[in-house]
Design a protein around this ligand. Structure first.
Ligand code: NDP
Length: 328
């Protein structure tokens, strides 16, 4: 039988975790022939009735044929021991009176600790996707605190933003979303992100901007960037199943390959497009498989797009400055 892949998840009892775990165990990440081992961080393991216990009871009751083993882990070192695939989802929500800088520091401390633990015990070939916000900077902190792991082992989730952009285009053009290609998102997973439509194709054919009316085009970027807020308003809770689904898309394409499709990943910059080296920035990437990705280089830039990239880059640089005490 194929050896199970060891997957570690933080925040397993949160909204996203509750969707993600079941999708992974059902085989949505590595396909129908690959068994998986789930390791989950149990922050309340000392309590008799930890919430995770209930989640694991449900996982067991699904009788997933691919779920070879699952373990509740009381600390990061146990969680990440020999982990090959890691989803860092758990993060503190913004509390009353907390500003963005407070949130950055509070969450940064979590990712500093997790980066150090990954450095010590994870598989040398691990692939890490950070979901917990502010995800780009959290991923940067984890990467910097794991100097013995390759920087390209770390990434942050921007696939949800790409998926949202693709869905808006499909709705507008009235085409199936699976035909929409070459839409991607630059920068930070925040309101400064820049979803780029310039290379859009549907059904293999280029779609010019003139296919859209001006009003829709003007609303497109803010519509994608504020979709999370729109969902909170409509659902009374933040995006969860769609975030989990995007995290699966991100990791699957990264590890197994994206079949020649452009995919958005926040990854350490290699200096392309004037983005300082190492900054965890959303780029259009190609994923050839086997856990590799390549940032697509030398795309033509207009002054407007350049300016958008400067804005989101500067926001990320300010975030990094705010957490510099958490960097080695
Ligand atoms: P929830 O509030 O439902 O769950 C948060 C989880 O984080 C809980 O499981 C909680 O654990 C855990 N947690 C809280 N504090 C800590 C800590 N100090 N150390 C480790 N884990 C901790 O949040 P969601 O599941 O809805 O969202 C999780 C994160 O994902 C958020 O930061 C959210 O902003 C982000 N997100 C990112 C998206 C993206 O595209 N990048 C999209 C949507 C959300 P416990 O149960 O033990 O308290």
């Amino acid at each position: 039988m194929t050896r199970p892949i060891r997957i570690a998840v933080t925040g397993p009892c949160g909204q996203i975790g509750y969707s993600l775990l079941f999708r992974i165990a059902a085989g949505d990440l590595f396909g129908p022939n690959q068994p998986v081992e789930l390791r989950m961080l149990d922050r309340n393991s000392a309590e008799q009735n930890s919430k995770l216990k209930g989640v694991m009871m449900e996982l067991s009751d699904c009788a997933f044929p691919l779920l070879a083993e699952m373990t509740a882990c009381p600390d990061e070192k146990t969680l990440f021991q020999d982990a090959e695939c890691v989803f860092l989802v758990g993060a503190r929500p913004r509390g009353p009176g907390m500003d963005r800088a407070d949130l950055l520091t509070a969450n940064g401390e979590i990712f500093q600790k997790q980066g150090r633990a990954l450095d010590e015990v994870a598989s040398r070939d691990v692939r890490v996707c950070v979901v917990g916000n502010p995800c780009n900077t959290n991923a940067y902190i984890a990467m910097k605190n794991a100097p013995s792991l390759a920087p390209h082992s770390f990434s942050a989730l921007m696939r949800l933003d790409q998926n949202r952009a693709m869905a808006r285009v499909a709705e507008k053009l009235n085409v199936p979303v699976k035909t929409v290609e070459q839409v991607f998102v630059w920068g930070n997973h925040s309101n400064t992100m820049y979803p780029d439509l310039r290379f859009l194709r549907t059904g293999g054919r280029r779609v010019e901007e003139s296919a859209f009316d001006q009003e829709w085009l003007e609303q497109f970027v803010p519509n994608v960037a504020t979709r999370g807020g729109q969902i909170i308003k409509a659902r009374g809770a933040s995006s969860a199943a769609s975030a989990a689904s995007a995290a699966i898309d991100h990791m699957r394409d990264w590890i197994l390959g994206a079949e020649g499709k452009i995919t958005t990943m926040a990854v350490p910059s290699d200096g392309s497009y004037g983005i300082p080296e190492g900054l965890m920035f959303g780029f259009p990437c190609m994923c050839p498989g086997e856990g590799q990705y390549q940032i697509i280089k030398d795309l033509p830039m207009t002054p407007e797009v350049k300016q958008r990239l400067v804005v989101t880059r500067d926001e990320l640089l300010a975030e990094v400055e705010a957490v510099k005490h958490l960097l080695p």
